[in-house]
Ligand binder design. Structure first.
Ligand code: N2P
Length: 344
């Protein structure tokens, strides 16, 4: 039985049947409760084409070359500045997003889009490490297991230049956004020494590798690591993934929902974004992906244990020690040079 709201929504997009309109979405991997995709298809009487990417640069290239147009994409804070400057996004019509009001004002008006003309916050998370506690013994001190020869061949690092270098700087207690020549030389040396121990530089397969036990220690995004732990708990084999947020502070990030300039179904794109902003939907999504929701009203629908999870909702004193990725302008070349050395 369809609700009146869903019938109205479906009617406004041309209804069901073979001629159903198509909404094209491009999102990071493991970053949505897939039941919500089916729920929206039903609600709006549309078909969703859902593709994944694993880095901001992959997204930017796709939008810039126009290879396949998308209607909703999810760039991170650092990528937004460039996407806006290159006119690859379109301004949002706030009157189409009645649920926008549920967002916590603390996550609006960030420097990359001060008036939220283009972006609607989706999730926040951190750069973190996951370790298989059955293979990596003892309490992890900061990111130590990632650089420990005892885990040789069982370590994965993100395929992401700024975050890998930030992790190395963090391990050496240096500022995460440093472009100081000596700091970067320290990071480079550490990463070159680590390289023979690394099984893979990957941003989209570490979750699975931790679950299978192929990887024992992984640098990753907090929610994906927590998802790996949840799956292991569900499998009841006794294995766990401990999620470690370095106590000295880590990188924080926030991803947003945006509509590309070349989107073909702006009507459906708005309806989909507004659907994800619905407090009940936002809570279901947050519970599944284990990232922090910027949706204040959604918190009422989240289990107390999720809200109490300090790897998702960081305590204030830890947030104070964390940083956001800074735009390093021309100095980024220094970071690129280190990354080339590590990856060549
Ligand atoms: C989810 C990746 C989170 C996006 N797999 C990092 N910005």
């Amino acid at each position: 039985m369809k609700s009146a709201a869903s019938l109205a929504l479906a009617a406004s997009f041309g209804g069901c049947g073979p001629g159903r309109p198509t909404l094209k979405i491009f999102n990071w991997s493991d970053y949505i409760d897939e039941d919500l995709i089916a729920e929206f298809e039903k609600l709006a009487g549309c078909r969703i084409v859902y593709d994944n990417y694993s880095s901001d640069s992959e997204l930017e290239t796709r939008l810039a070359t126009g290879a396949g147009s998308y209607d909703v994409v999810f760039p991170s804070d650092r990528a937004l500045t460039a996407l806006i400057a290159k006119e690859l996004l379109q301004p949002i019509d706030r009157s189409r997003l009645p649920n926008f009001r549920h967002l916590d004002p603390k996550f609006l008006g960030r420097p990359f889009d001060p008036e939220n003309r283009f972006s609607t916050p989706y999730f926040l998370g951190t750069l973190a490490m996951g370790v298989r506690t059955d293979f990596v013994r003892g309490e992890a001190h900061g990111l130590d297991p990632l650089f420990d020869a005892a885990n040789g061949g069982r370590i994965t690092m993100l395929d992401d230049m700024e975050n890998v270098i930030a992790a190395a700087l963090c391990h050496r207690n240096l500022p995460l956004n440093s472009v100081d020549t000596a700091d970067l030389a320290t990071a480079e040396q550490l990463l070159m020494e680590q390289k023979p121990l690394v099984q893979a530089y990957t941003s989209d397969s570490y979750r699975e590798r931790l679950i299978s036990g192929e990887a024992w220690a992984a640098l990753g995004w907090s929610g994906d690591l927590l998802q790996a732990d949840t799956e292991l708990v569900d499998m009841r084999g006794g294995a766990r993934v401990a999620v470690v947020i370095p106590p000295q502070g880590t990188m924080l990030w926030m991803d947003s929902m945006v509509i590309p300039a070349r989107a073909e179904r702006v009507d459906l794109a708005n309806a989909f974004i507004d659907f994800l902003l619905d407090p009940r939907v936002a809570a279901a999504n947050a519970k599944k992906v284990n990232y922090a929701t910027p949706n204040a009203a959604a918190r009422a629908f989240l289990p107390a244990e999720t809200l109490a999870n300090r790897s998702i909702y960081l305590p204030d004193e830890l947030i104070d020690r964390c940083t956001w990725l800074e735009d390093r302008g021309q100095q980024i070349e220094k970071i690129e040079r280190v990354w080339r050395a590590v990856r060549s």
